[in-house]
Design a protein around this ligand. Structure first.
Ligand code: GAP
Length: 471
């Protein structure tokens, strides 16, 4: 199993992910995608977008990050979007009370105290108030750096606050959206009418969301700025649970279509349902630090549309002209994290293996086994030596392929080293131009996973790659 440190160090070394504002010692909970990272992230988002919206009854939008403050009153975020926060009086560190207890469960489990860890899991699932969190922290003697001096548990609202325009007072407060979903709910009527949609239909969007998390954690897993890929599917009440089951299957298929091994994925039903939901399941990935949610699938009833209807005074009903019926639709939501999906894909692709090199020696090879579709660079082109017309021939191929694919051109080092460099960033194909290429217009093409090489006509390269990448 890959370690988190291997992923973080490879991400920085190869340009997948950098700490935000690193030269100023970094900004906690924010990350920047580097040249390869942004390609991988874009490929992941494109795959989601195409699967979601290239069909008849799901359309896309791109709503603004800043929204009217009443949106968050209606959705419940202003009052309820908070986490239970606790401070250690000695170390002055701040924690999420539930996460502190979850970490303690892990510690008990790792120490072999399985029964005790299961008992605490049960107790934690039943917690309903901040006092109950506090009591559990005291009961289990949880300490930070040896100190068990804790403050009481308080609610901490996770929305980032700002001000609209030049006046900084309560009348100009706005929030950075903590989820993209509300931009979909408030546009329900606009989209239904302009895109002439009939129920059941969905609205999808990809975009940034912001949460002032108390503790950021595990690289891209819990950050303060992240990206979501959300879809709300509007259905007739009574048909929602069948649609929920359909979406659950479809979302599972999406994650496996990214090459994620089924044994690294699981579906987890929620023990406690949010007040607006009548079913909820998480898709979880087996990260190096344990299982973690990458997507939530919720049957959200008509809670959100009703809430916006009440707050705005505008009707958000569907009128069924055939059955002479009108109702506020129910919603099945699929809410995936693009940032968490990115990290899952990266962890899933990471592999290290022993191979025998061309000199007959055993060496270790690091390889990212991305699917061809997700790989940031599709092909790398090398002239075998940097003379005798080979660079010119190879550059021509590179320029030609570059019009269709992301390709790299590399002339430095022995061919074996160039292969390793591309393996480590997951490039599925390496194309080498050698002395024969100039005589017979052929090149070798080497497969990242099998390391097998074949010789093909340079004129057929584009077709060859198109076929491999699209299949
Ligand atoms: N509209 C529903 C909603 O936002 P959520 O479970 O709070 O539900 C959905 O978030 C997804 O967004 C999660 O499954 C996760 O992938 C991603 N996500 C949530 N908070 C995150 C954070 N702090 N950092 C990174 N990703 C996060």
């Amino acid at each position: 199993m890959v370690k988190m440190d291997d992923i973080i160090s490879l991400s920085k070394r190869k340009g997948f992910v950098f700490q935000s504002s690193e030269i100023y010692t970094g900004l906690n909970g924010a990350w920047d995608y580097g040249p390869l990272g942004v390609e991988l992230l874009n490929n992941l988002k494109k795959k989601w977008w195409n699967q979601m919206t290239y069909r008849d009854n799901v359309v896309g939008i791109d709503s603004s990050i800043l929204m009217h403050p009443k949106v968050w009153d209606a959705s419940g975020h202003t009052k309820q979007f908070s986490d239970p926060m606790i401070d250690n009086k000695t170390t002055k560190k701040r924690f999420r009370a539930d996460v502190l207890l979850e970490d303690h469960i892990q510690k008990l489990y790792k120490k072999g105290k399985i029964q005790e860890s299961e008992l605490l899991t049960e107790k934690l699932a039943k917690v309903e108030s901040n006092d109950e969190y506090y009591n559990l922290i005291i009961e289990y003697g949880i300490k930070d750096e040896g100190s068990d001096e804790w403050t009481e548990v308080k609610n901490f609202n996770l929305m980032f606050k700002s001000y609209l325009g030049a006046t900084e007072d309560s009348s100009s407060v706005v929030y950075l959206r903590p989820e993209t979903a509300q931009g979909i709910f408030v546009n329900f009527k606009n989209v239904m009418e302009s895109a002439r949609q009939k129920i059941p239909f969905g609205i999808a969007q990809i975009g940034k969301a912001f949460r002032n998390e108390i503790n950021t954690k595990n690289f891209l897993f819990r950050t303060r700025e992240f990206e979501q890929m959300e879809m709300q599917y509007f259905v007739k009440p009574g048909e929602h649970l069948t649609e929920f089951d359909n979406w659950q299957t479809e979302r599972w298929d999406f994650w496996t279509s990214l090459g994620i091994k089924p044994e690294n994925l699981r579906l987890k039903n929620h023990d406690k349902l949010a007040h607006y939901a009548d079913r909820a399941v998480d898709v979880e990935f087996n990260f190096p630090f344990g299982w973690g949610e990458i997507e939530g699938i919720h049957s959200r009833t008509n809670f959100d549309l009703n809430a916006h209807q009440n707050e705005s005074g505008k009707k958000l009903e569907y009128v069924d002209t055939v059955n002479k019926d009108r109702f506020v639709p129910y919603v099945v939501e699929t809410s995936a994290g693009a940032s968490r999906g990115f990290m899952a894909v990266l962890c899933n692709a990471y592999d290290e293996e022993e191979i025998t090199n061309d000199k007959g020696k055993t060496e270790s090879r690091k390889v990212l086994r991305f699917t061809n579709e997700l790989a940031p660079v599709k092909a790398a082109i090398f002239p075998l030596v940097n003379k005798d017309g080979m660079p010119e021939f190879a550059t021509k191929i590179h320029k030609d392929l570059q019009r269709t694919f992301k390709t790299e051109y590399d002339t430095s080092g022995a061919i074996g080293r160039r292969y390793r460099r591309q393996d480590e960033v997951g490039t599925p194909y390496c194309i080498t131009v050698d002395g024969d290429s100039l005589n017979d217009n052929t090149v070798t093409i080497r497969n990242r996973d099998t390391m097998a090489q074949e010789r093909i006509s340079a004129d057929k390269l584009k077709i060859y790659l198109l076929d491999k990448i699209n299949s």
